[in-house]
Design a binder for this molecule. Structure first.
Ligand SMILES: C[S@@+](CC[C@H](N)C(=O)[O-])C[C@H]1O[C@@H](n2cnc3c(N)ncnc32)[C@H](O)[C@@H]1O
Length: 412
């Protein structure tokens, strides 16, 4: 049932996200926009309204724009994800942006400016009890100065958001987090001693790079037809209707797969989000249900997990129950003749292979969509942990995410 077949065309072997569409802020498990472009083209979808209910940094909207689809909406629980989308897909005046860049540069280097704001700088540092564990005093003050300068930008919220996004990359880079991890792990003590604290040069260089990326890769898309909206919430609106849903949902709960909330913790904290710590619990599978999922294509695997680890089985079930509930709402919003395209990876828990692709197909078919086909592709470039312990035992590793599935359904 719901078998997949390998389609080499979708491997995009030598193509990396960063080369073809450089992101304005790092984001975990971002989808390769080429997949969306190719599948929209294959299905001959060239207009209409597109929904991404778990939009992350918005790769599906690049696929949409490349396919001349200008009407789209994105939803994500993570505030950082929504800010990235807003900045990427909002038209701003590049000359004004460069003017603002120069003003900021002057303020950063001005002793007079520093003296005029120094008494209020502590107000810009988020209150978080472990702040000293993650930032040196020197870095905190430099970041506070940048935040103060950005807060001073008046009358242009879009330019302010653009600059804020670079600031958020800066707050992560200059925290003591290990940069190549999604989860919050502190760097070693010996690395703290030699920690680079040149916040200002990093920020200014990164801001100029982002302006270049925006100008060279994103600006070309803007025309009068664009009608885009992004919401920092789960998709729940039954009244809205779409021609196509193109998305890459999470492939498991944040605690044991990709920790979107932890990855974005410092960004969301400096954005002023008091619930930054709780985001992973609010994402799919973040809250444990009390019952096992017993009526699905993966129930046998869940029973097998339950035989050896009841808690784990409930955690896994909770994710799939949330995913199914969400698919129910999404299905409702697809117009007759419309498509659902889900790009997802499967995982192994306690040696049980979980066919999330088949689960997605099954959940949509319950809502009267028809499964058209599922393609399999080999992943070569995704920013995610390729190795995971299927038994959760230290040292026991196996490849789990080398394949990805493109599940296509249609409402008729
Ligand atoms: C695989 S990522 C999407 C990546 C995106 N396609 C990109 O290219 O950046 C999955 C996203 O789902 C979001 N998410 C998880 N549970 C959610 C929920 N219940 N409602 C909305 N978004 C959710 C996460 O915050 C994450 O950004």
């Amino acid at each position: 049932m719901y078998n997949s077949f390998y389609n080499q065309k979708y491997d995009f072997k030598e193509i990396t996200y960063s080369k073809s569409f450089p992101n304005l802020h790092k984001y975990p498990a971002a989808m390769l926009p080429q997949i969306g472009i190719e599948i929209l083209n294959e299905l001959n979808i060239k207009n209409g309204k597109l929904l991404d209910p778990y939009c992350g940094s918005g790769s599906s909207f690049i696929s949409a724009l490349e396919s001349n689809i200008y009407n789209f909406e994105g939803y994500d629980y993570n505030p950082l994800a929504i800010l990235i989308c807003k900045v990427k897909f909002t038209k701003i005046d590049i000359n004004m942006l460069i003017k603002e860049y120069n003003l900021i540069k002057n303020k950063i280097n001005s002793k007079n400016y520093f003296d005029s704001v120094k008494d209020k700088l502590y107000d810009y540092i988020p209150t978080f009890k472990n702040m000293e564990y993650w930032y040196s005093e020197n870095v905190k003050i430099k970041l506070a100065l940048l935040k103060c300068i950005i807060s001073d930008i008046k009358n242009n919220d879009n330019i302010k958001d653009f600059i804020l996004l670079t600031f958020l990359e800066t707050v992560r880079t200059f925290s003591y987090t290990r940069n190549n991890e999604f989860k919050l792990y502190r760097i070693k003590n010996e690395d703290i001693i030699s920690f680079n604290e040149d916040v200002n040069s990093y920020f200014l260089t990164r801001l100029m790079n982002n302006i270049e990326f925006y100008k060279n890769y994103y600006y070309k898309y803007f025309n009068d037809k664009i009608n885009a909206a992004f919401y920092n919430e789960a998709f729940s609106n039954k009244e809205k209707k779409f021609n196509v849903v193109l998305t890459s949902p999470p492939y498991g709960d944040s605690k044991t797969t990709v920790a979107y909330g932890q990855f974005s913790f410092f960004a969301n904290l400096w954005l002023g989000n008091n619930d930054a710590r709780k985001i992973d619990n609010m994402l799919m599978g973040g809250k444990n249900k009390k019952q096992l999922l017993n009526d699905s294509i993966i129930s046998e695997q869940i029973y097998n997990i339950n035989k050896i680890d009841k808690k784990r089985a409930l955690e896994v079930s909770s994710f799939y129950i949330d995913l199914r509930d969400s698919i129910k709402i999404v299905s409702n919003s697809i117009l007759d003749g419309g498509y659902a395209i889900y790009i997802v990876g499967n995982r192994i828990v306690k040696n049980e292979y979980l066919n999330t692709d088949k689960f997605i197909a099954e959940s949509f078919e319950r809502e009267n969509l028809k499964h058209l086909f599922t393609y399999k592709r080999i992943i070569s470039n995704k920013r995610m942990p390729l190795k995971n312990s299927p038994t959760n035992k230290k040292g026991s590793l196996s490849n789990t995410m080398t394949e990805e599935f493109i599940v296509v359904l249609r409402k008729s």
